[in-house]
Design a protein around this ligand. Sequence first.
Ligand code: TXA
Ligand code: MG
Length: 359
Amino acid sequence: MLKVDPINPGKEVIDEAVEVLRKGGLVAFPTETVYGLGADSLNKDAVKRIYDVKGRPPDNPLILHISDLSELEVVARDVPSFVYELASKVWPGPVTFVLRKSDLVLPEVTAGLSTVAVRCPAHPVALTLIKGLGKPIAAPSANLSGRPSPTTADHVIKDLAGRIEMILDGGDTFFGVESTIINLTTDPPVLLRPGPVGVEDLEKLANLRILVPAFAKGLEEAGIALSPGTKYRHYSPQTTLILIEAGQCLTQATYLEYVKSLINEYLKKNFKVAVMCSRETCSEYENAISLEIGSKNNLYEVAKNLFKKLREIDELKVDVAVSESFEERGVGLAIMNRLRKASSKIISCVPHIKDRKLP
Ligand code: TXA
Ligand code: MG
């Protein structure tokens, strides 16, 4: 494990990591979203090893990371001009585009699909590493398959120690949830995974409508052809996690009462209970262990802490964990998608009729 300055990565460290990649080794490195597990995307054996060390199903393709928009034409073909316009506005940054793949891209990267997911990350370490290698880097998140994505080098060690050649420790990642993925091969384009850049913002930037299917909200599985990753359970703590959706509750107070009543039911059974809650509400849950994720008025803060808190649940050795839900706007959609996928059970808030605020 090598420490690296996240803003001005030292040349020596990057050179060492590039050398590992050139030899077919795997390097975990920070991006602005989560840590990635990188391989030389043109080295078939190295790419195959990514699947092995993560325990990743072979039909779940990887993202190609490029260091400049000009490299897009090397990995994708028939790219419409509006994609270049949109990419020039959001790259480098946490947005991934699914496009038709070029012949250069190995089938091991795309799990045999004719499309490829591409992004140009905004993290100086990631960018310098790709430039140093001089080729696109294939990288999924650097966690064991099914576990929450790593937002610190420590998370990577917990999952992958002894299985990979190098970890570049650049401290905490910036956003804490993975990139927004849009499939641009369909008309209209489809959101495959919500991320730090809200779908509303992308629509405005590109002046187009983006379809948001139920699976992108984490509500159901997608068919394999749409987004292979969505059919697997993700981000899950080993502890039973119950997400309480706020949908049916018309006021914050009613929602809070509902969460409290559910927690009390578990406490009556002598369960040890943890609750993932906002800064504003954590103090309300007296007999549960609270895991504060951030302010509900700052969803970027919640996103940044989410995976860390999901990992912490298991360390608490509780019988059950309950999570509050968050507003589904901007990065909030990414938060809710991850929470729904991480949960063993989703419960809708069902307030007593007299508590309802009448219109
Ligand atoms: O922020 C991120 O995107 C991070 C950092 C490391 O860049 N990467 C990441 O990769 O989250 P991963 O492998 O954990 O998630 C990639 C997702 C998977 O759900 C996969 O199914 C989907 O992208 N994907 C990759 N190629 C695809 C394709 N051709 N068509 C549809 N979905 C694709
Ligand atoms: Mg992943």
